[in-house]
Design a protein around this ligand. Structure first.
Ligand code: FAD
Length: 557
């Protein structure tokens, strides 16, 4: 039987998916999770800074979603009978961007966050409709830059790039004003008494002005961490929200564990900086790391996992429950811990490198960086897959990509499909036996010198954009010597732990460590941070999911 014969539409339009109208039967199923509420015209149901918990279905009447600003109110959506409110903050409980007001008297069904979560977890059909609408609404807000954040920055500033990436990778819609390009910006700065020297500036929720804020300050201002009770003992604390940590969160939460994820920056980890992952199972046309991470994060939230934007600063493993101390001083108790802190980019040994980070030197090639160097020449350093992907991606929008490798070529380090694509792209030029020896410029990188290690010849090129994709070192400095590491700092687990390692760690149990378990019982390591791991998204996701089966075993011991 065809879809048409069953009465199903062949294709639902994007607008219908974003603002669907529920059937009476679907509304009755939602009503079983909530309560009925009558509203009067003009009644305000949600304020912009209030928690995003409440969710409404319109039975009769009409609701409007308003974007408040200093000058005026703008209506961004109207919901009639059969339609429902909400977007991804409804699941996370983070504060709403908008005001919600009734424009006609009517009847609503109201659900709090817990009941919305119960609904999406238990009713597959409604779960799909709600999740899809929430995600599409957020995608539209991000694309339109409609949110409660205005970033006033400069395209020459590393902090501006950092803040843009933090907002983008947390799917936080924002408007951007570039002081270099927009002459009207002075009025805005004057209205908030900001000197030009204080940029980048973030105007948060239309009122709070943050001058060059840290990621933590931004997260606090946007209420990212507001709904998380850090003092509660969790079955599982996952440190790091790259692919491995997100997988542990999805599997853990979906199997009934109380899960808290700590993340320094934003969901996605290294994969989040990939413009297109083409070898992850099930995505034949590729998926950007940002999109994969966004979906995984929403999936983890759907099952009830929570996330705290904060850095794990110290692991206290000499007591039970274990305690993960975070950089803002909070101490989070955990029955089990999954270390999923991955790795960070290796840097070049150049004295003035940090001066140009974000101002010509980049460690990821996403749409943000691609916009900065559109139409110009760029350099990509590295012979691995991440360098290959960056080169192919940047070749689409730049004049020329110079791919620098220290070795003779790419064959030993890069996947064959990428090598073929590079060979087929005439604007990518491969420079073997070549390394960067100097960077020059004032506020922004202006030129680069590279040397051929065979001939010793040094060349100077006026190139303003340098992408360093030269591999990574493990993020294990925060582990406080709790768990056994190998000589390079990767965490040893399961069969990698020798009898000597276990004796030195005072392993207290009769059983040996489980697969992925460290030298401390109930503390696991997954993904790139683990010794011997395969540095791939699928491997990281596999590790995260496997660890959960052993977390259950430990919780029952
Ligand atoms: C540009 C690029 C492209 C890639 N493309 C592909 C590809 O196409 N296919 C493929 O299979 N693989 C690809 N990879 C490799 C893949 O991304 C990694 O193997 C994978 O991301 C590892 O996942 P992970 O969760 O173990 O660690 P990571 O992705 O490194 O994530 C670790 C997370 O932990 C956080 N963190 C670190 N320290 C702390 C702390 N103390 N407290 C709290 N949080 C912390 C970090 O901010 C980060 O978000 C690519 C990598 C890069 C860099």
């Amino acid at each position: 039987m065809t879809d048409e014969a069953r009465g199903l539409p062949l294709a639902i339009s994007r607008a219908e998916q974003t603002f669907p109208r529920l059937t009476p039967a679907q509304i009755r199923r939602i009503a079983a999770h909530g309560h009925s509420r009558r509203v009067q015209s003009g009644e305000v149901l949600l304020e912009p800074r209030g928690s995003g918990a409440s969710f409404f279905v319109v039975v009769s009447g009409e609701l409007e979603v308003i974007r408040p600003s200093r000058a005026e109110e703008t209506v961004v959506a109207v919901f009639g009978p059969g339609q429902f409110t909400g977007e991804v903050n409804t699941l996370s409980g983070r504060p709403m961007f908008f005001k919600l007001r009734a424009t006609k008297p009517g009847e609503l069904i109201e659900l709090d966050r817990e009941h919305v979560l119960a609904l999406v977890q238990t009713d597959a059909e409604l779960g799909e409709i709600l999740m899809r609408a929430f995600i599409l609404r957020r995608v539209e807000l991000v694309a339109a830059g409609v949110g409660n954040v205005v970033l006033v920055g400069s395209s020459n500033s590393a902090s501006t790039l950092r803040i843009k990436e933090f907002l983008m990778r947390n799917s936080q819609p924002y408007s951007y004003i570039d002081v270099e390009r927009d002459p009207a910006v002075q009025n805005l700065l004057d209205s908030f008494h900001i000197a030009a020297s204080e940029i980048p500036v973030v105007i948060c929720r239309g009122e709070l002005v943050l001058r060059n804020p840290t990621n933590q300050q931004l997260a606090d201002c946007l209420g990212f961490n507001e709904t998380v009770d850090a003092s509660q003992i969790r079955d599982l604390v996952v440190v790091g929200a790259g692919p491995s940590g997100l997988a542990a969160a999805v599997y853990g939460a979906s199997e009934g564990l109380g899960v808290l994820v700590l993340e320094t920056n934003a969901p996605g980890g290294q994969a989040g900086s990939s413009s297109s992952i083409e070898n992850y199972l099930g995505f034949p046309t590729g998926i950007s790391g940002q999109e994969l991470a966004g979906r995984a994060y929403t999936q983890a939230q759907k099952f009830g996992a929570q996330m705290l934007i904060a850095s794990g600063a110290r692991l206290a493993c000499d007591r039970k429950p274990y305690v993960v101390e975070v950089d803002n001083g909070a101490k989070i108790p955990a029955r089990t811990v999954v270390i999923a802190t991955g790795a960070q980019y290796r840097k070049l040994p150049l004295e003035n490198l940090s001066r140009f980070e974000g101002a010509g030197v980049y460690y990821g090639a996403t749409y943000v960086e691609a916009q900065l160097c559109s139409g110009e020449e760029v350099i990509v350093v590295g012979g691995g897959n991440s360098a290959g992907q960056a080169a192919v991606f940047l070749a689409k929008t730049t004049e020329r990509v110079h791919l620098l490798v220290r070795s003779a070529g790419l064959a030993e380090t890069m996947s064959r499909y990428l090598i073929r694509r590079i060979e087929a792209t005439p604007t990518i030029v491969l420079w073997p036996y070549t390394e960067i020896v100097a960077l020059e410029g004032d506020d922004h990188l202006e030129s680069v010198q590279w040397r051929n290690s065979r001939t010793g010849q040094v060349e100077k090129r006026k190139i303003r954009h340098l992408f360093l994709m030269t591999g990574a070192v493990p993020n294990t400095h925060w582990l406080n010597d709790c768990v056994a590491l190998d000589a390079k700092g990767f965490v040893k687990t399961g069969p990698d732990l020798s009898p000597e390692d276990l004796t030195a760690a005072h392993w207290p149990l009769a059983r040996p460590p489980y697969l992925l378990e460290t030298s401390v019982p109930g503390v696991f390591a997954v993904g790139d941070v683990r010794r011997g791991s395969v540095k791939r998204v699928a491997a990281a996701v596999g590790d995260g999911s496997i660890a959960i089966s052993f977390v259950h075993e430990v919780l029952q011991e």
